[in-house]
Design a binder for this molecule. Structure first.
Ligand SMILES: NC(=O)c1ccc[n+]([C@@H]2O[C@H](COP(=O)([O-])OP(=O)(O)OC[C@H]3O[C@@H](n4cnc5c(N)ncnc54)[C@H](OP(=O)(O)O)[C@@H]3O)[C@@H](O)[C@H]2O)c1
Length: 395
């Protein structure tokens, strides 16, 4: 019997609200809050049609801590699920602390004016959450999220020592637009246009953006060129996976996408600093976001699959071992079930599974946690039941 407050009514927020609505035993009262009420109304209507359940909605500006605290004090939810943008992580963590409500998110904090993401800002809440007896679960999406749990599962069951991890993220689907991003364009483009970074032999190594790449044969999709990026789960996995010698993250991109990205970058459209335009200051990447298709609108025409997993090498019982732990998700199936594409689905389902772990007391400790610090078994059981079956392929 739990009341949950979901903040953010975008592509991921929609999936989270639908999946909570499907699980009547755990989520007995669902409140969806976002900056723009009309987006909540649209999701509320779809949930009534598809899941046969009425959720409650309200407007909130999550940048305003006082406003969120007032909402939390009025509603007294058992958990706040943050699926707004990474910029809202710290104000929402502050609000949860002030109101005594546990917290969960899917992406780590980024300051709006610097394209830089790292856990230091959120890890700094550790003592305050511990003292308040509250839990904060960080990065409960797919990557970060399920990928961290795959590593924890490998550490617990499949290996005595893990030497290398390559996280491999493939979207083998097609949305029919010449150029679009699958989640918030501003956050997505900031991530891709940064220098690449990976960890090897105890130190971080940098590459130019998308400089290092290789072809990988993804189950359910086939061979795709995969490009090295820096991704936030590397930072926590380096600390929490014992004996690790190297960890990298790769994502696939098609040539058409890369050509658009290069042109946009060359002409300054991915800049995050304000520029003067007809007497106004505008941030080019925010203007670009306004022109690009809304990620939550892509689902209707999306076909194909995502295939995301962890390629892990190490030793078990004195012998070398190599496995790929992965999930395949079909865009069109996601649309039928919850009116979303697979990128939002593979993020929203793990957020709801993480919430279920916390609300059922299976994951319940005071403090700030990354996913791999908790028992992977109940999470992975629930994940498979809730729409994301996973597999281990011995290589
Ligand atoms: N871990 C993973 O695997 C993974 C993968 C993909 C995405 N993500 C994360 O998931 C989150 C959501 O992504 P998305 O694609 O759903 O983004 P999105 O479609 O842009 O939706 C973001 C939502 O947050 C709302 N919002 C923004 N600022 C707000 C504020 N100050 N107060 C209240 N609501 C606010 C937006 O409201 P408006 O409608 O008013 O703009 C919008 O409804 C992001 O943090 C993203 O980084 C994680």
């Amino acid at each position: 019997m739990s009341k949950v407050l979901i903040v953010g009514a975008g592509g991921v927020g929609g999936v989270v609200a639908h999946k909570c609505a499907q699980n009547r035993e755990v989520f007995t009262d669902i409140l969806l809050a976002s900056r723009t009420l009309s987006r909540c109304e649209k999701i509320q209507k779809e949930i009534e049609e598809l899941q046969g359940r009425k959720i409650r909605i309200t407007q909130v500006d999550a940048d305003d801590v006082k406003q969120t605290v007032a909402l939390l004090q009025k509603e007294k939810p058992a958990l706040l699920i943050n699926v707004a943008l990474p910029y809202q992580d710290l104000p929402l963590m502050d609000a949860c602390l002030a109101a005594g409500v546990p917290y969960l998110d899917t992406a780590n904090y980024e300051p709006p004016d610097v394209a830089k993401f790292e856990y230091s800002w959120q890890w700094a809440y550790q003592e305050r959450y511990q003292k308040a007896g509250l839990m904060a679960l960080l990065g409960s999406g797919f990557d970060p999220g399920v990928t961290n749990v795959f590593c924890a599962y490998a550490q617990k069951h499949l290996f005595d020592e893990i030497h290398t991890v390559d996280i491999l993220d493939c979207n083998g689907g097609s949305h029919g637009h010449p150029f679009a991003t699958n989640f918030n364009p501003e956050i997505n483009l900031r991530e891709i246009t940064q220098n690449g970074r990976y960890w090897e032999d105890g130190e971080w190594k940098e590459t130019k953006p998308l400089e290092q790449h290789f072809p990988f044969d993804y189950p359910g999709v086939g061979e795709r060129e995969s490009y090295l990026l820096y991704h936030e789960e590397l930072e926590s996995l380096v600390k929490n996976i014992r004996g690790l010698k190297r960890i990298r993250f790769y994502m696939t991109f098609g040539q058409e996408y890369l050509t658009h990205l290069r042109v946009l970058g060359n002409i300054g459209m991915t800049r995050i600093d304000p520029v003067e335009f007809q007497g106004h200051k505008i941030v080019p990447i925010q203007f670009l976001k306004a022109l690009l298709p809304d990620p939550s609108s892509l689902g209707a025409t999306y076909t194909g699959k995502t295939s995301i997993g962890c390629l892990i090498e190490g030793v078990k019982n004195g012998k070398p071992r190599k496995v790929f732990i992965y999930n395949i998700c079909d865009h069109a199936e996601c649309w039928k079930e919850v009116r979303s594409q697979a990128i939002s689905y593979t993020t929203g389902v793990p957020a709801v599974v993480g919430a279920t772990m916390m609300l059922q007391g299976l994951w319940k400790k005071p403090g700030v946690f990354n996913m791999e610090q908790l028992d992977p078994d109940p999470f992975l059981d629930e994940l498979a039941k809730r729409g994301l079956p996973w597999h281990v392929k011995e290589l």
